[in-house]
Design a protein around this ligand. Structure first.
Ligand SMILES: Nc1ncnc2c1ncn2[C@@H]1O[C@H](COP(=O)(O)OP(=O)(O)O)[C@@H](O)[C@H]1O
Ligand SMILES: [Mg+2]
Length: 285
């Protein structure tokens, strides 16, 4: 395992702070465990944020395993592999998708991407920072685990959304990720999304317990950004290659995701409609 020096992350953060598109935020969506819903949340969140007026670029950073393109239902002609081989420019590998969100494919089975070194990652991040048509938020859908490349990108982002489910295995892996990140970047901002809970109560109880343990042991606060309840339609939407927030814009998951998007932007969340009010809203279109 190579040793990652915190000062390298600092140099990129300095550059981000001094860039003309200073308001551009790099948000990594990460987890310890795989299959907890990073890509599902990232894709739906990207659309929710664009519905709130943000210019969004989503980068599939689960290198070598293309997920986001399948979920968005797009077949990218080029990917990050073409960029690091110098075959294409950044603007040539960017594609448009739903709601005007832009998207960069991580490429499927692209061997070089899995072996990217420090400099190659820096080059990609730096070219994203100088996009001619800048985004307000660049969302990175990360791979699972706490490998060097993942932690490197996480500490270089502006903020990380840590996704977990209430299962103890997912919780332990989220804890391991947070601990590893803090060893390198003690101030790195992270917030939690509790996915696939059966009830809101379960999600909030587990998140509260997790927050307490992290505070006790790691001396940092990891606030809850939001919860997405288990929704069988999520799997159906992936099969349909249409994000659930587009398939069912008034469904429970769309609402959960919209709350997360608003919290991320520090916007107030509208009060919850009661059942009668939402029935009327539906009837009136
Ligand atoms: N809120 C949810 N409710 C039900 N199933 C979900 C939910 N979020 C994700 N899933 C399912 O979990 C599986 C893994 O999701 P994915 O987003 O690919 O996870 P990751 O990117 O973390 O590996 C998929 O089959 C997806 O349909
Ligand atoms: Mg994924």
């Amino acid at each position: 395992m190579t040793v990652y020096k915190p000062d390298q992350a600092q140099s990129l953060r300095d550059m981000i702070d001094n860039t003309p598109s200073r308001s551009m935020k790099l948000i990594t969506v990460a987890s310890g465990k795989g299959g907890v819903g990073k890509s599902s949340v990232a894709v739906n969140l990207a659309i929710a944020l664009s519905q709130l007026g943000m210019r969004i670029l989503i980068v599939d950073a689960d290198f070598g395993l293309a997920n986001v393109d399948v979920m968005l239902g797009v077949s990218p002609e080029h990917n990050l592999g073409n960029l690091i081989r110098g075959e294409k420019t950044l603007s040539q590998i960017i594609q448009e998708s739903h709601n005007g969100i832009r998207f960069i494919s991580g490429g499927s089975g692209v061997y070089e991407l899995l072996r990217m070194d420090e400099n190659q990652i820096q080059t990609i991040l730096q070219s994203l920072m100088t996009l001619r048509d800048p985004a307000d938020i660049i969302l990175f859908d990360m791979g699972a685990g706490i490998h060097d490349n993942i932690v490197r990108m996480v500490v270089e982002s502006s903020e990380t959304i840590v996704i977990t489910t209430p299962e103890p295995t997912a919780i332990l892996d989220a804890y391991a990720l947070i601990k590893t990140v803090l060893q390198i970047a003690p101030e790195h901002p992270m917030r939690l999304v509790m996915n696939k809970s059966d009830t809101l109560r379960e999600a909030e109880t587990v998140a509260e317990g997790f927050r307490r343990i992290v505070k006790q042991n790691l001396k940092v606060d990891i606030p809850l950004l939001g919860c997405v309840l288990y929704d069988a339609e999520m799997s159906y939407s992936i099969k349909r290659q249409t994000p659930l927030i587009i398939m069912q814009p008034n469904g429970p998951t769309a609402r959960d995701i919209m709350v997360i998007a608003r919290n991320l932007l520090d916007l107030p969340t509208p009060p919850k409609m009661n059942r009668l009010a939402s029935l009327f809203a539906k009837l009136l279109g």
